[in-house]
Every structure is written in C-alpha cells, then in structure tokens.
Write a protein that binds this ligand. Structure first.
Ligand SMILES: C[S@@+](CC[C@H](N)C(=O)[O-])C[C@H]1O[C@@H](n2cnc3c(N)ncnc32)[C@H](O)[C@@H]1O
Length: 421
C-alpha cells in the first residue's frame, strides 16, 4: 500500500490552544455526575463542535462513554447519537443528557432520603445478591446499598429513578473494599469504606446543583427538547443510517489499558447488567482477554508494530493486532455513517509496550485514509494528568501508580485527528 498521508506526526508540536491548562470544565453542567476512565475534557469537545460542526449537523460519538460529547452537543443546540457497548455508560449518558425539573427533583430526593429512617439492617441479611458483590462489600455497607437500590426502584418516574441509580452507581466504589485509587479490581483489606447513606446524600446534592445549572442553560436557549439518543451497540456495526451524521467526535478505548467491563462490575452486578463477567467482556474493543490468535493487520504501519512486538511478547502482539483489526472495522463504520463533507474528529494517544512504540494515532489515521477519508488536520495536545493515569508498569504494560518501582510515564500527549468524508 502506498503512503497515504503527507503528515509526519513526529513534526507536530503541541498546540497550546487545545490544552486548556487553566480553563477546565469537568464539573460544568452534568459532566461531574459519574467517574469514568479516560473521559473527555469537555473543553476539547466544545471547541471541536464550535470549529468543525455545521449548523444543522447531527453529532455522533460511537464510543460515547459517560456522554461528554452528547452533553456538549445539547448545550450547543445540536441533536446527537451515542453508541457504547457498556450498559453502565448508557445509563450514565441517559441521565447526564436529560435535564430534570429542579423543583421536582428536590421533592423526589427529600422523599427518598426520608426513607432512610425505615432502614433495618436485619431485614437485608437474607437478600441474595451476585456472589461477586459479597466479595467486594462488607455486610454493613452492602445492606444499606441494597436498601437504597430497592427504594430507588420503587420510584415511579423512570427519569428520576435513573438519576438516583447513577448517584448510587457512582458511590459504590467508595463504599466497597475496592482499592480506592485503582481502576484495576483490587481489594484493599485495610480500607474503611464510606457510609452509603452519607456519601449518597453528599453526591446527590452535588448532582442536584449541576442538574439545575444544566436545566437553566437549556431552558434559556430553548434547547431542552434537543434530542440525545444513546444506544447499546457495537461501534464496529451500528444501526445508524448511512450518511446521516454531520460530525463524529469520539475517543476510542486504548489498547489493553482499561477493562471497562471489570471497572464497572460493581454497578454491573448490582443492577444485573452482568451475570457472567468473561462473557460480558467479549465485545469490548481493546480488551486484555481476547481469544483472537491472528497477527495479520490491515495496514503497513500496524503490521510493522505488531511484528516488532511479536518478537518480544507474542501474546501482547496478538492483543495489539486484534485492537488494530477492530479499529479498522470502526473506521469503515465511521465512513459509512458520515454524510459527504462531514468531519471525523478522533482523540487518540500512543503508548509503549515492551519498549515498542504502539503508535495508535498514526495507525488509525492511516486506516481512516485507506477507507476513503481525506486528511484535514492533526492537532497535538498535552493531557491533563488528572484525567488519565499516565503511569504504566514496565513489565506488564498495565496502568499502575508512581509508587511502583517498575512504573513509567505514558500518554503525556495525545492527538486529535481531523478528517473529512
Ligand atoms: C475512552 S472511552 C470513551 C470516553 C468518552 N469520550 C467520555 O467522555 O466518557 C471508550 C469507550 O469505548 C467503549 N467501548 C469499548 N468497546 C466498544 C465497542 N465494541 N463498541 C462501542 N463502544 C465500545 C467503552 O465502553 C468506553 O466507554
């Protein structure tokens, strides 16, 4: 295959106007409702919409995660569609994009919290939950969580019910024995978990405040009824119509970095989205647990990386090959759903495994060109460290903390690929 791009990624320097070092918007609108690994900095999405979206464009994010793109699209008066394979992401996005009447929300909240007085620990000792929840929670916290869950399920209005479910989902880690600073499932036997009723109220109050500012903003601009549709589908094969989307703003999963299925297992098991974890993991792109044995990839640059890695670690090479093949399918799907002249804006970072540079940004750019896209721009930005763990274990390649002597800094920078159909 001929060299499709004229852009040399090595020549690109960091564009400070895309770094937003001093102006951060992570707590604005409903963005702060739920923690989510590798979520977008809302400033980036806002600027992409303002620079690249045409007036009547429908905005799509095919790896919607916790819905940053959809929230920003709505605030900008643009209809949007989100796709994610993770039901927890779908729930969070539904709630974050749907502003609730602040007075009614406060009433529902007071009603729910009023029920706390009825809590009797002894009643919940017999309730059966998934065995994994018994692994992660002590009895004391687990009983309060089940009480809360059951009370929330009794709420008649589905939007209020989901609002409180998102609040509950967000506090589960704090109330469990899961090592607080870790995105990996790891027990911290010395942890003193938070009291579920206390943290639930604290977090709910924050969400109620954020809902109010989001609601007022939408009312003021007459955007309350702007549609946001979030679907549980696979980004490689969506049901979005051909040539129907004006702009795609998305950030794909990183290769074998976050196991989203594992990270959201507390919510997944409690809300009964997951029964069998290995089965649930199967369709996530970038997973560590793939059974694929293939090391052939579709483009010269992806093949070079996989071949180099194969000599050092065959298993790792297969995982990376699998990731590249999946991302090739995603590229084709993006081309199909975009309308002619529509923009694809992809935020993506490179990494290193076993001293081999995994140039995901360059590889995906090349793939997008190979499926028909035209290059428009590549922006390099530095990543705020708060949003993505920048440390990897040198031996295993997985995210870790700085205390680990094998640690190594990764993802100090990322790229925004801008292409046109
Ligand atoms: C980097 S995160 C996106 C975060 C998002 N930009 C935000 O602000 O929350 C990548 C997302 O891809 C999703 N994902 C993984 N495999 C997928 C697949 N096959 N189809 C659709 N989504 C998938 C994960 O569940 C995760 O939410």
């Amino acid at each position: 295959m001929e060299d499709l791009t004229k852009i040399d990624f090595g020549d690109i320097s960091v564009d400070e106007s895309w770094c937003f070092k001093n102006v951060r918007s992570t707590e604005q609108w409903t963005h702060g409702y739920h923690r989510y690994p590798a979520k977008f900095l809302p400033n980036v999405v806002k600027k992409l919409i303002e620079v690249y979206a045409a007036d009547d464009d429908v905005v799509a994010d095919i790896f919607a995660g916790c819905g940053t793109t959809l929230v920003e699209a709505k605030v900008h008066g643009k209809h949007s569609i989100g796709i994610d394979i993770n039901p927890v992401a779908k729930l969070i996005t539904e709630v974050k994009t749907h502003a609730l009447n602040p007075n009614r929300l406060l009433l529902e909240y007071n009603k729910l919290v009023g029920k706390f007085d009825n809590f009797d620990e002894n009643i919940f000792l017999e309730v059966e939950v998934h065995e994994r929840l018994d692994y992660w929670f002590r009895e004391k916290e687990k009983n309060k969580i089940i009480f809360l869950y059951k009370e929330i399920l009794k709420i008649g209005d589905v939007n209020f019910k989901k609002f409180f479910l998102v609040c509950l989902s967000n506090i589960l880690k704090n109330c469990s024995m899961w090592l607080q600073s870790s995105t990996k499932p790891q027990l911290d036997k010395s942890k003193e978990p938070d009291d579920p009723f206390d943290v639930f109220q604290k977090h709910c109050k924050k969400m109620i405040k954020q809902n109010k500012s989001y609601y007022n903003e939408l009312i003021e601009n007459n955007f309350l009824d702007i549609s946001c549709e979030i679907r549980l589908e696979d980004a490689r094969n969506t049901e979005i119509e051909d040539s129907s989307v004006g702009i795609i703003i998305t950030s794909p999963p990183y290769v074998t970095s976050y196991e989203y299925a594992d990270i959201h297992q507390l919510t997944g098991f409690l809300f009964e989205y997951i029964d069998n974890l290995p089965e649930f993991r199967r369709d996530f792109i970038g997973t560590f647990y793939s059974n694929n044995q293939d090391t052939n990839t579709p483009t010269p640059s992806s093949q070079k990386i996989v071949d180099e890695l194969f000599v050092k670690d065959a298993k790792n090479a297969r995982e990376v090959a699998n990731y590249f093949n999946d991302m090739h399918e995603v590229g084709k799907e993006m081309y199909r759903i975009l309308k002619p002249n529509g923009h694809a804006c992809i935020v993506i970072g490179n990494t290193t495994f076993k001293e081999v540079k995994i140039k995901s940004a360059e590889v995906f750019f090349e793939m997008l060109l190979s499926v028909g896209f035209k290059e428009e721009n590549v922006i390099k930005r530095s990543i705020p460290h708060k949003l993505i763990p920048a440390i990897r274990d040198k031996k295993t390649g997985r995210f870790t903390t700085l205390n680990n002597k094998n640690s190594k800094l990764v993802y100090p920078e990322e790229y925004i690929l801008i292409l046109k159909k």
